[in-house]
Design a protein around this ligand. Structure first.
Ligand code: SF4
Ligand code: SF4
Ligand SMILES: [Zn+2]
Length: 459
């Protein structure tokens, strides 16, 4: 075995027991090595550049120990989790309103399809949004998710209720099918209070869509973008990156975002994790880790965007995410990340991230700068060439965030990372769970926290 660089805990992917694990460097790559007494040894790649793995630790930020996990003290599923170990407060909360979907993708965190239809009732949802308003400092950011939330015809009422309960920023996580197919639906969502759409967008290759989602979705995705543009509803594209299927699409998706700057505010890459429904158990070559993703971004953008343009947010664990802030000017991406340097330790980092999402992705800053007429950009306000207003326009309307978060599945989960998790799922009873733990599923796709979500709804 190679050099051991850290001790941690992980899960056995077969029985989901908490097991001791080690971070090990071998041939310049970092692996997680663990052994379950009943199910044997597992060795999984987690980071394919050991030097960069230690370099990013420079961006680690002091955490604000959260109170919310104390609520699990009496009945935490101790086999999988010790909630007293959580170190970070909430940046983004996820509220799943249904586990049903109008698609049945071969890769689906939530194992959703049209045969499932646990819809949380309005009173339960009211309690969940109230939990967010009371437990998370402002501005509060909620992602409404599922399953596919747009299969619920009462979604506008759900969104309006969340806004009424003082949720500041609402992002709709959707496959875009209804946004594309139903004329005026994007406007209905905007009017109800959705601030931004988190749109799955994996490829421009029709055959690859069939492999990832079971059907060719390209035309629907493009139509969804157009419909959001007409409604003035900002979008963040979310490509899940799967080795062997769509790694070659990374540059094309960034180019598409640049061409649609103004309505597309970000591209958030998700290197594939093996949660819920997946075609097969993962092998080493089925993972792409953050360093390789960044090298692909550099290669596929012809060096316009480089790994040096990215830093971890410091909000999540430094090995969970990476982010590059910038803007598009004359067709080129200009990174601002290099100028930002290391965050001050006194900064409230989860608040900074929530404010960034609120101000930038929802066009709030552009509105405050007087660059929007209603929801539409004031195109003749300024050409953007070398003037103060041009710079303001670049920094608001033309802003683009390129980011990635590599979720952890039962194979690669490192509880050192999980302890720093700032993305929290809200359970029907109002308690919070780190997102990766909520989704962790065993080799058969069984996810105990998702089962608890269903069970709480039946009570
Ligand atoms: S991945 Fe999304 S769109 Fe596909 S089945 Fe799952 S919830 Fe539905
Ligand atoms: S959701 Fe997972 S990958 Fe993201 S911050 Fe939490 S533990 Fe890290
Ligand atoms: Zn086991």
């Amino acid at each position: 075995m190679g050099e051991v660089i850290g001790e941690t805990k992980s899960l056995c992917p077969v029985c989901l027991s908490l097991v001791e694990a080690q971070r090990v460097v071998e041939n310049g790559q970092v692996f997680l090595v663990k052994e379950c007494p009943d199910h044997g040894l597992f060795k999984v790649p987690v980071w394919d550049d050991a030097r960069y793995y230690s370099e990013v630790e420079h961006y680690d930020h002091p955490k604000v120990v959260p109170q919310v996990f104390k609520e699990w003290e009496k009945d935490a599923p101790s086999k999988m989790w010790d909630p007293s170990q959580q170190l970070q407060s909430t940046c983004l909360t996820v509220v799943e309103v249904t586990d049903g979907c109008n698609l049945k993708c071969p890769y689906c965190f939530a194992s959703s399809d049209s045969s499932k239809m646990t819809n949380l009732d309005m009173e339960t949802l009211r309690g969940m949004f109230t939990a967010v308003s009371t437990k998370v400092k402002k501005p509060t950011v909620v992602q409404i998710s599922g399953g596919e939330p747009t299969i619920r015809n009462d979604l506008p009422e759900i969104v309006a209720m969340a806004k009424g309960l003082k949720i500041d920023f609402i992002q709709l996580n959707t496959n875009g099918v209804r946004l594309a197919k139903e004329d005026g639906y994007a406007g209905v969502m905007k009017k109800a209070g959705v601030d931004s759409v988190y749109l799955g967008f994996d490829t421009f290759d029709r055959e690859v869509w069939k492999k990832i989602c079971g059907v060719d979705l390209l035309d629907l995705k493009l139509k969804a973008v157009e419909n959001c543009r007409r409604a003035g509803l900002p979008i963040e594209l979310v490509p899940k990156i799967i080795p062997g299927l769509n790694v070659d699409q990374i540059g094309k998706i960034i180019e598409f975002a640049k061409k649609n700057i103004g309505i597309i505010k970000g591209v958030h890459f998700q290197p594939i994790s093996y949660f819920g429904r997946v075609p097969a158990e993962p092998k080493d070559e089925n993972y792409i880790t953050i360093p390789s993703l960044l090298r692909e971004i550099e290669r596929q953008t012809g060096g316009e965007i480089t790994p040096d343009d990215f830093i971890p947010t410091g909000c999540a664990d430094v090995h969970c995410d990476t982010k590059c802030f910038g803007f598009v000017s004359e067709g080129r991406f200009v990174s601002l990340t290099k100028m930002s340097g290391k965050f001050s330790p006194d900064l409230d980092i989860t608040r900074t991230v929530r404010e960034g999402v609120y101000g930038s992705w929802g066009n709030i800053l552009a509105k405050e700068a007087g660059l929007l007429d209603g929801d539409q950009p004031m195109s003749d306000k300024d050409c953007g060439c070398g003037t103060w207003m041009g710079l303001v326009k670049d920094l608001t309307l033309n802003a683009l965030t390129i980011s990635a978060m590599h979720f952890q599945d039962a194979w690669n989960i490192d509880y050192g990372r999980l302890r720093n998790c700032c993305i929290h799922e809200v359970m029907p009873d109002g308690r919070f769970v780190p997102f990766c733990l909520f989704n962790a599923s065993d080799v058969r796709g069984r996810a105990p926290f998702r089962e608890l979500w269903c069970a709480q709804n039946r009570k």
